[in-house]
Write a protein that binds this ligand. Sequence first.
Ligand code: AMP
Length: 311
Amino acid sequence: MSLLVVGSLALDTIETPFGRVENAIGGSATYISLAAGYFINPVRLVGVVGGDFPTGAIKVLEEHDVDLEGLEVVPSGKTFRWSGRYHYDLNMRDTLLTELNVFEKFEPKIPERHRKSRVVCLGNIDPVLQRRVLDQIEKPRLTVCDTMNYWIEGRNAELRTTLRMVDVVIINDSEARLLSREPNLIRAARLVRDMGPRVVIIKKGEHGALLCTPDMVFSAPAYPMENIFDPTGAGDAFAGGFAGWLARSDDFSDENLKRAVVYGSTMASFCVEKFSVEGLVDLKHLQIQDRFRAFRELSRFDEPPESPDQP
Ligand code: AMP
């Protein structure tokens, strides 16, 4: 049982209708590792930061038992920066700034002892870097890949090459439409599967997630929440819960993929309750399990004893 995560580590500036934070800890690898750490330890992280990455952020990762041997620090460089603004409808967000900084020249080097990782989660990052990581892993049992519109638009051909090499892709609804050029999500999922991944997961924000495998379509609800403060990282927390559960259980059957999607949705729901990574740093296993169970109750119902057409 082992999980390797690659992705961005970032300083995020986020505006929502409820507030604004500057230079908060973020990045796909950060959120994925923190969420996955509730299922498997230690999570092996691969990424790069500049000399300006706060020691407090490193401490948070260390306290969550994230293995940082694969984290490169470039003392003279600047950390990746991202800024986004959410609309009143929190499903809508504008990216205001993406500064790759130290990621521009990053050459991921997987430590020798991590090369046999069984599950690999390629967080949102340049698809070329995702591939360079995969090239260094010996026979992973499952590869999971996340991406976003920035790479679908800017690195389409490279992304398609990466997609041919992975088992599972996780994208949101607008990204699925952008990638497949198909408005219907079920058809879009099939078209994305034709690009390589056996399994496609389409996240629909507060409307849940769709899991499509060669043999089934499963629809998971989202947890109904009254207080959403900051949706940043929800997609990454989803990927962390999903990959973390699969790495822990070492079972890649369709039934267990459904559980993984619900664990992913569970971690995303905790993530959005607070700003930045705050929602993921102080959870208890019992809370996670309670919310997982709540998901089952949300859409469980019994058949009536008589069908409606009987008098
Ligand atoms: P999510 O809300 O799940 O899409 O993830 C938001 C996180 O992704 C933020 O913490 C950002 O720092 C990070 N991010 C945003 N754009 C990119 C990008 N182009 N490449 C890598 N990470 C990014």
